[in-house]
Ligand binder design. Sequence first.
Ligand SMILES: Cc1cc2nc3c(=O)[nH]c(=O)nc-3n(C[C@H](O)[C@H](O)[C@H](O)COP(=O)(O)OP(=O)(O)OC[C@H]3O[C@@H](n4cnc5c(N)ncnc54)[C@H](O)[C@@H]3O)c2cc1C
Length: 405
Amino acid sequence: MDVVKKAAAAAEEEEVHGVVIVGGGLCGLATALALHRKGMGSLVVERSEALRVGGVALNVHANGWRALEELGLADGLRKTANLITSVRMVRQIQGKNQTTVSSPSYSYARCRKEIRCLRRKDVMEALAKSVPAHTIRYGCRIVAVDEDPGTDCTVVIGCDGWNSVVARYVGLGAPSQLPRFIVLGFASYPEGHPFGTEFSQIIADDFAVGRVPINENLLHFFVSRSPSPGRTDVDEDAARKYVLEKVDELPGEVADMVRRCDAASSWTLTKVWYRPPWQVALAGFRRGAVTVAGDAMHAMGPFIGQGGSAGLEDAVVLARSLSSAAAGDGRAPPRQQLRDDAVGAAIDEYVAERRRRATTLCLHSFAIGTLLTTRWLAVKLACVAVLALLGGDSRRDADYDCGRL
Ligand SMILES: Cc1cc2nc3c(=O)[nH]c(=O)nc-3n(C[C@H](O)[C@H](O)[C@H](O)COP(=O)(O)OP(=O)(O)OC[C@H]3O[C@@H](n4cnc5c(N)ncnc54)[C@H](O)[C@@H]3O)c2cc1C
């Protein structure tokens, strides 16, 4: 396998060998760390010039914490964010609060339903610090993957996000998009905030607003709104203004929260990219010794807050499968070579395990995203039916255990 790299500015070519991970985001670094913990080296090629710490925050549910435990990062990251002990959802129909669902407090020790909201920066820095020096090569943008049996680059793993070059090589179609303007940020309360450890969300027909405490002084919030018809292609400033107009109609504490956000910590997203669940259920995720993980495999948008945790699970399962393909008894020394004949079987095992899981998550997220954005009653009813079939409860997603590394 010959990975052809072209830096954005210079069209230089360079050959690299071994396990190559394309993309040094959450999933790419988690995969490098999982392989390292199994005694296998890898090279991560990342197009950015430095570690990417943007993107505000990440809710991590119990399934994600299980994966972080396998990666050896859970204890350190738990110190950075408080445990969420209750979840409150308010459904607003025609401007009136119709239902309020309050989940009972559940303790991590008793039920293992752990949710914490982590700063992405903390997660990315923890991952980057835990992989061996020189694993990540910044400033390398992969533009194509070519097969060349004469070279000894054994495996290529595409962790290059929703717009993945590697996914295209593997044969995956382009992801789809939902128009949804989303503003995310941190709200700072030096005097302490009054919201305790409750995750709270108001969901209406064309907008949603939520807040998640990170600690006593810091909240993560998001406000999302469907664009008005024919206005999906406005620039980022116009999208932000349009979303924040809605905040003025909401309870005063919401407007106060948004006012406490400084520009440096806020982020606007105008389109949500996802792979439709039927594509995830049916697509081929391997071509030779090339495969994909994270959003490159199953971009699902933010609606169930599981994309990042699913990427961490991918990392654990893929490293476990690849290490079983390694020469010897699986406890061989670092930088061991993978046996060519076993690589395909190991990737197939990984794909089969992850396809089932990713299809369910993508279906859940797709149903919620479509419910929030469609104007068609029949489609809304179909989404409600799908959600009912799935159990309608995100705790089921969190019960999943990706197993030991
Ligand atoms: C608004 C929003 C909120 C979300 N909230 C949550 C949440 O609360 N909890 C949760 O679990 N998930 C959440 N998600 C999903 C989560 O952010 C993603 O699933 C996760 O970041 C995907 O990680 P990744 O490593 O697969 O891809 P990315 O994070 O996109 O990383 C891909 C990396 O590949 C690099 N790259 C791309 N192309 C190339 C190339 N050609 N060559 C080299 N490098 C390349 C990029 O620079 C990037 O560093 C949210 C998503 C959104 C959009």
